[in-house]
Design a protein around this ligand. Structure first.
Ligand SMILES: Cc1cn([C@H]2C[C@H](O)[C@@H](COP(=O)(O)OP(=O)(O)O[C@H]3O[C@H](C)C(=O)[C@H](O)[C@H]3O)O2)c(=O)[nH]c1=O
Length: 176
């Protein structure tokens, strides 16, 4: 057997490109406090890699609770909002529609609706602040997954999630 020591290993080589890293992007009438950042995927012959969240560029609140959601084709998760946490959702695959609605009466974007089509063709990190209503539908033909890295833990004793039915007429969007 060849002898090997820790000194034989070489330092890692970072990406040498200038692809923007977690670059902010905006949509029309973007709801106040919502943030959208483009995720960049780097591939090599083994596969690819996408950074979902990082404190490299700016300080961030560490994610104390990270979970992966799988969504069946056409399935709907809506409507919800949180009173304390921000959601930080990374979409990298599938064809997912996220709909956001602003019901905060003191917000400059009160009653604005944002429709975001995200997933394989539009990889993004979406930050949704407290009290912004949101829902998600998988519009693709296969299951899609996404990762949530909220700012708070899910506390089973005191869940921070308020819900109303997905077809409530008070929100001007119909899932199909
Ligand atoms: C994360 C978590 C959830 N749960 C329970 C609570 C629910 O009864 C069930 C499903 O939770 P989920 O958060 O998936 O609930 P949804 O309302 O479908 O939320 C999903 O869709 C909306 C639109 C999103 O924004 C969430 O990020 C996404 O998770 O698991 C737990 O018991 N422990 C946990 O750590």
């Amino acid at each position: 057997m060849d002898m090997l020591s820790l000194e034989d290993f070489v330092d890692d080589k970072p990406w040498g490109d200038d692809v923007p890293f977690l670059e902010d992007v905006r949509v029309a009438d973007q709801i106040e406090g919502v943030r959208l950042q483009r995720l960049a995927t780097r591939a090599d012959k083994r596969g690819d890699l996408t950074v979902l969240l990082s404190a490299l560029k700016e300080p961030i609140m560490s994610p104390p609770h990270v979970y992966l959601v799988s969504a069946e084709p056409r399935s709907i998760r809506a409507w919800v909002y949180h009173k304390r946490q921000s959601d930080r959702l990374a979409y990298t695959n599938g064809d997912v529609r996220v709909v956001l609605y602003d019901l905060r009466t003191d917000s400059p974007t009160y009653q604005k609706l944002n429709i975001l089509d995200v997933g394989a063709a539009n990889k993004v990190l979406l930050t949704i602040p407290p009290f912004v209503v949101h829902g998600v539908q998988n519009r693709g033909m296969a299951a899609a997954t996404f990762v949530n890295m909220p700012t708070n833990v899910y506390d089973p004793e005191n869940p921070d999630k308020s819900r109303v039915r997905y077809d409530h007429p008070g929100i001007p969007y119909k899932f199909d």
